[in-house]
Design a protein around this ligand. Structure first.
Ligand code: COA
Length: 332
């Protein structure tokens, strides 16, 4: 039976490192507050104007292709997950398609925030298993730094996010002992306004006004405690669901690569699932929350460092804006 294999992973972060102390120079926060509440020490930001999510994706895709042993020209479809697209339209997948010299192949944008990689994975898996495409580039890429409120009012959100990109090259395998085992995703729009950006909005005439800027409607807003409660409930719930459906016990897992939103959230999740801390991958201290890029970025690094290897059974749970959440189970 054909399954979907992770053929190669790649990642890229821009070179500019911004520490918690750097942020404390701009608004009222501290390294101690940020580390204690989130585990974040620093994050990366784009170096200059004119760099969008699709630009960060290019080197990530190139690295993923190299690790998959394929040429970029062999990619036959792009799925681009992001909450910070280069422009309102067209999708970042189209910009990436052109930058990679892949004009003609399909490019689909996925707008499911921190769960975007899992939503994209489910689509890629269906395409690959039905024989539609053979080399899918599943990308998660974000430039958050150009859309954050660097004032005291925005500090709760701004300290959390960083820029970065990652890519998984996915393709068919007949190997019974490798490949994607399952992926389950969910959404509940009752939480849509608990982590969102109000403007620009197609429900406003016009979509963007000076008043919106003055009222701070252009910056992300979050009900942090509510998000925290939902994340620590839904990530264990969906993880258990995927494990049970496939007859796999927590003890069988080699590694857990969770979405990196907050180290405390992931510690709670691991505790609830009774997963030993040394099996959980964290890199939030270096990158903050890179949203759609966070799971493939953490997995790519874990492979690069030799922490994740062929044959490992890996669980990847996520929760984010929408609300959206899910979990994937893969044998590398
Ligand atoms: C954001 C989060 C770290 C805040 O931690 P918290 O313990 O819930 O903190 P609170 O929001 O209750 O705020 C506590 C205090 O810290 C202050 N505070 C908020 N952000 C701050 C910052 N960056 N620096 C310093 N103080 C800050 C608040 O103003 C509040 O002050 P007050 O007690 O004087 O009113 C936490 O709620 C969280 O991680 N939520 C989930 C967020 C998330 O994962 N989002 C992405 C999902 S994909």
């Amino acid at each position: 039976m054909t399954k979907t294999a992770f053929l190669g992973l790649g990642h890229y972060v821009p070179s500019k490192v911004v520490t918690n102390d750097d942020l404390a120079q701009m608004f009222d926060t501290s390294d101690e507050w940020i580390q204690k509440r989130t585990g974040i020490k620093e994050r990366h930001y784009v170096e200059e104007n004119g760099i969008g999510a699709s630009d960060l994706a290019v080197p990530a895709v190139q690295m993923a292709c190299k690790n998959a042993g394929i040429d970029v020209s062999e990619i036959d479809a792009i799925i681009f997950a992001t909450l910070s697209p280069d422009h309102e339209f067209p999708g970042s997948g189209c910009f990436l398609n052109h930058k990679l010299g892949l004009g003609g192949i399909p490019a689909l944008d996925v707008r499911n925030q921190c769960s975007g990689f899992l939503y994209g994975l489910q689509i890629a898996d269906a395409w690959i298993r039905c024989g539609m495409y053979k080399r899918v580039a599943l990308v998660g890429a974000e430039v958050h730094s150009t859309g954050l409120d660097f004032s005291d009012e925005g500090r709760d959100v701004t300290v959390l996010f960083g820029d970065g990109a990652a890519c998984a090259i996915l393709g068919p395998t007949e190997d019974e002992d490798a490949g994607l085992i399952d992926v389950e995703v969910h959404a509940d729009g009752s939480g849509a306004k608990d982590l969102w950006i109000e403007a620009p909005s197609s429900s406003h005439m016009p979509r963007m006004t000076h008043e919106m800027i003055d009222n701070r409607a252009i910056w992300p807003a979050m009900n942090g405690r509510h998000v925290f409660r939902w994340a620590t409930a839904k990530m264990p719930e969906v993880s258990r669901s995927v494990l049970e459906r496939n007859g796999i016990s927590v003890k069988d897992l080699d590694l857990v690569v969770p979405h990196q939103a907050n180290k405390r959230i992931n510690e709670f999740v691991a505790q609830k699932l009774e997963i030993p801390p040394d099996k959980v991958v964290h890199n939030i201290e270096k990158y903050g929350n890179t949203t759609a890029a966070s799971i493939p970025l953490a997995l790519s690094e874990a492979i690069q460092e030799g922490r994740a290897k062929k044959g490992d059974l890996v669980l990847m749970p996520a929760f984010g804006s929408g609300f959206t959440w899910g979990a994937a189970l893969v044998r590398l």
